[in-house]
Design a protein around this ligand. Structure first.
Ligand code: PEP
Ligand code: MN
Length: 337
């Protein structure tokens, strides 16, 4: 819930309300406007049932808000957030393109792809070192060795880097080598992992769970931010529906919905959303038109031989072509690319 103080309420009244909330074991989040101060209550609000806050001096009204997420909520943070990663920022001014292989396969492969996507305009190199595969017999990733190649690619190209983490041990390894952590769809509600990512000190890209609602997703983001890490980016990557023509169904409406409910940047992954190379470019353009702050796209030097997700990976030529087209879309939406 939020407590709206009367216009020009004296500091003492605000402090009194904050004190009542804190003495009940809850946290506050102050939003101080020119006239009105709004106090956000973080935690189990039922603990305040007996504190008669509505009759405290200079309280105007108490607005129960149904969303349990506060720190990721736009109501408390009306301005869109911009997140600095290395020398690039993810947010309303830019169209941030993250591109690279599904899985890191070798040093040569990664450097080759990094150089190619950088030339086309990507700001980030993506690549999985820990692959949460549906089958335990599929390629599981090069783990720390792959992270070392990421670091090399970053040093050679200057691209920011992002890798998925799947456990506490993989976070401990990743923080030594990459600029941003990714939490994958399968781990969106791995609450312990979310907390550990929140403590990692690195920005976090949080993918939407396969069957997660937007409310669940924003609550998952809340877990990370509640650890003191405000640098969270949301990534729509398709949800599971009855449709089988595509790997998942891209929920493009999630982009404007998230923009209205949250201040966090939103990017779209058309590769995992569709699973089909030919659909990646049209969905990417549609994501930018819908207001996405960026894209995550799988690119491979030789997709037919990729160790994972070859059918949805773009070739270098296809990615170049798409990047050229995206320039016009970025310009139309007032973003730098
Ligand atoms: C990935 O980005 O490599 C990945 C596994 O994606 P998702 O978690 O969206 O399936
Ligand atoms: Mn993949």
């Amino acid at each position: 819930m939020i407590i709206v103080m009367k216009p020009k309420a004296p500091k003492s009244s605000i402090e009194h309300v904050v004190e009542i909330i804190k003495s009940n074991g809850l946290e506050t989040h102050l939003s101080e406007g020119k006239e009105v101060t709004i106090i956000g209550v973080v935690g189990d609000k039922t603990r305040l049932n007996l504190s008669n806050l509505e009759i405290a001096p200079n309280v105007d009204k108490i607005v129960p808000i149904t969303e349990s997420y506060k720190l990721s909520n736009r109501k408390f943070h009306p301005e869109p957030t911009s997140i600095q990663v290395g020398n690039t920022s993810i947010g309303p001014d830019n169209l941030t393109v993250m591109a690279g292989p599904c899985a890191i396969e070798s040093e040569e492969q990664l450097i080759l792809i990094a150089k190619s996507v950088k030339k086309a305009g990507a700001a980030f190199l993506r690549g999985g070192a820990y692959k949460p595969r549906t089958s335990p017999y599929s390629f599981q990733g090069l783990e720390e060795e792959g992270l070392r190649y990421m670091k090399k690619a970053q040093e050679e190209t200057g691209l920011a880097t992002i890798c998925e983490v799947i456990s506490e041990a993989s976070i401990e390894a990743a923080v030594k080598y990459v600029d941003m952590l990714q939490i994958g769809a399968r781990n969106m509600q791995n609450f312990q992992l979310l907390r550990e990512a929140g403590q990692s000190g690195l920005p976090v890209l949080l993918k939407r769970g396969l069957s997660s609602t937007i409310d669940e997703w924003l609550n998952a983001a809340e877990y990370i931010i509640a650890e003191g890490n405000r640098n969270v980016v949301l990534c729509e990557r398709g949800i599971r529906t009855y449709e089988t023509a595509t790997r998942n169904t891209l929920d493009i409406s999630a982009v404007p919905v998230l923009k209205s409910k949250s201040h966090l940047p939103v990017i779209v992954d058309p590769s995992h959303a569709s699973g089909v190379r030919a659909y990646v470019a049209p969905l990417a353009k549609c994501a930018v038109a819908a207001g996405a702050d960026g894209l995550m796209i799988e690119v491979h030097n030789n997709p037919p031989c990729a160790l994972s997700d070859g059918p949805q990976s773009l070739t270098f030529a296809q990615f170049d072509e798409l990047a050229k087209e995206l320039k016009a879309y970025a310009a139309l939406s007032g973003r730098n690319f």
